[in-house]
Ligand binder design. Structure first.
Ligand SMILES: *Cc1c(COP(=O)(O)O)cnc(C)c1O
Length: 470
């Protein structure tokens, strides 16, 4: 081992090696950057030799060669995107781990325009005076939801927190036990409530809550009744919940009592008319008399991550003035993406299909099948390494929305002649871009609902490439 440690050259000598210059040029690095990578490589190698994890006895490896290999690997990894695009072959449209909604082209272009230039974010150009970023999308939100007023914060969790902090701190909020949800493991209504300083008053049981439960819980300490959309689970069987209308009537009997609904997904597009789920429209919820509603920007809406709050003007004004509104405020890029997405809703008609989330959820079975068939034909004309069947299956909407809704779809069910399904899916994740799939019945499933036509070439190329690996 000692002799190898002695062979480890000092970095200033490695810098003079022609391999140093070759790597520097190949990866387009500065001298300083490659020097750092080389130093790291030397340190790692020394450590591996000292710990005995690396034993070069009996091999004819040259230490300097190992250093350059390692430095080149670092350089390659450095150049790769950390936040990288992936191909979503799972068919789950709102995949929280894969970034939820994709933006429409128009929305992405508007983000670029606003990000690359100065903007009127908080400036009235006509008056030459300071403006408010809240004004940018308020009218679009009013138009698309029928609300009196609206505002936007960082995400829906932030919206819930702001609403409870600003309107119910040190006072009571009544929630049905059946709605005390946890979403994605990191958002619990009860925890957010505790953080906000509002006091949770649970009523009813997990499966049944009656109007009288609410009636009995109301006291002079009560600030609001909160309804939480049970967006990521369903309680089925012997259940009962209190209708929104009945709760509205109840709260109207009590001066100053508010009714807030955390809608979660918040649809502005009527999926019901396609026979998909029974998600209420934000407009419908407001019309039923709820004072204030919050929902996510990147779930069924199909826009950027954001928390949208709509409802009565007096309440929204109060929220806008709260210190937390400043803490939770959104960036100009979010506003740009949201503006363009909302314009598409206001325009209506077929333009709505420019929003990928809506397009993917409402895709026809025929077009998915066609795409799956094209894929199978293309891959099989290029390699014999796979057995691929066209299968009927179902896709989920995901993102904690519309649980229990299964959209009929077609998948390519793939087995590699040598690799196990686990190995194949791992190889697919190693592609650039990574291809994420699901494994079912010991086959790798690719669901074409979430794959764009322009991703097809990348997909088949990756399969052809994997077929050649040993
Ligand atoms: C998704 C969801 C949230 C959290 O929304 P984010 O935008 O992810 O912060 C809160 N409440 C409900 C009911 C949800 O479905």
């Amino acid at each position: 081992m000692k002799q190898y440690l002695r062979q480890l050259p000092p970095v200033h000598e490695l810098q003079k090696d022609r391999r140093f210059e070759a790597i520097r040029q190949a990866y387009d690095l500065t001298n300083e950057q490659l020097t750092r990578f080389t130093q790291h490589a030397v340190n790692d190698l020394r450590e591996e030799l000292l710990s005995g994890r690396l034993n070069l006895d009996g091999t004819n490896k040259v230490v300097s060669e190992l250093v350059f290999e390692s430095a080149a690997k670092r350089a390659g990894e450095w150049k790769e995107d950390r936040l990288a695009r992936v191909i979503n072959g799972t068919g789950t449209v709102l995949h929280t781990n894969l970034g939820r909604s994709r933006l429409s082209l128009e929305a992405a272009q508007h983000v670029t325009r606003v990000a690359r230039n100065y903007s009127n974010l908080e400036y009235h150009t006509a008056q030459g005076k300071r403006g408010s970023r809240h004004d940018i999308i308020e009218d679009l939100l009013k138009e698309s939801t029928g609300a009196e007023a609206a505002m936007v914060v960082n995400n829906n969790a932030a919206a819930v927190f702001l609403i409870l902090s600003a309107l119910a701190k040190n006072r009571e909020v009544i929630v049905s036990r059946g709605q005390l949800v946890e979403i994605g493991g990191s958002f619990r209504v009860s925890s957010i409530m505790e953080e906000s300083g509002a006091k949770l008053v649970e009523v009813g049981t997990t499966n049944k809550t009656h109007l009288v439960d609410f009636e009995h819980a109301i006291s002079k300490e009560t600030a609001m009744i909160m309804k939480v959309h049970t967006s990521n689970f369903m309680i089925i069987g012997f259940t009962e919940t209190v209708e929104t209308e009945a709760l509205v009537d109840l709260k109207n009997k009590h001066e100053g009592l508010l009714f807030y609904e955390d809608l979660g997904s918040g649809a502005l597009y009527d999926f019901k008319k396609h026979g998909i789920g029974d998600e209420p429209l934000v407009k419908e919820v407001l019309e039923s008399g709820v004072d204030i509603v919050s929902f996510s920007g990147d779930k069924l809406l199909g826009g950027p991550q954001a928390g949208i709050i709509v409802g009565r003007k007096a309440i929204i004004d109060q929220l806008k003035k709260h210190q937390l509104a400043r803490v939770l405020r959104v960036d100009k890029m979010t506003l740009a993406a949201l503006e363009e997405t909302l314009k598409t809703y206001v325009a209506g008609g077929n333009a709505i299909l420019e929003i990928p989330t809506i397009r993917d959820i409402t895709r026809s079975l025929g077009s998915i099948k066609q795409q799956a068939e094209d894929f199978i034909q293309d891959v099989q004309s290029r390699t014999t390494a796979y057995k691929i069947d066209l299968k009927e299956s179902t896709s989920q909407i995901g993102g904690g929305t519309m649980p229990g809704v299964e959209l009929p779809t077609y998948v390519a069910a793939i087995t590699h002649l040598r690799f196990s399904s686990q190995e194949l899916s791992q190889n697919l994740r190693g592609c650039s871009p990574a291809i994420v799939t699901r494994i079912q019945d010991n086959q790798v499933y690719i669901d074409f609902r979430t794959i764009e036509e322009q991703e097809m070439q990348l997909l088949t190329d990756s399969f052809a490439e994997i077929a050649q690996t040993k």
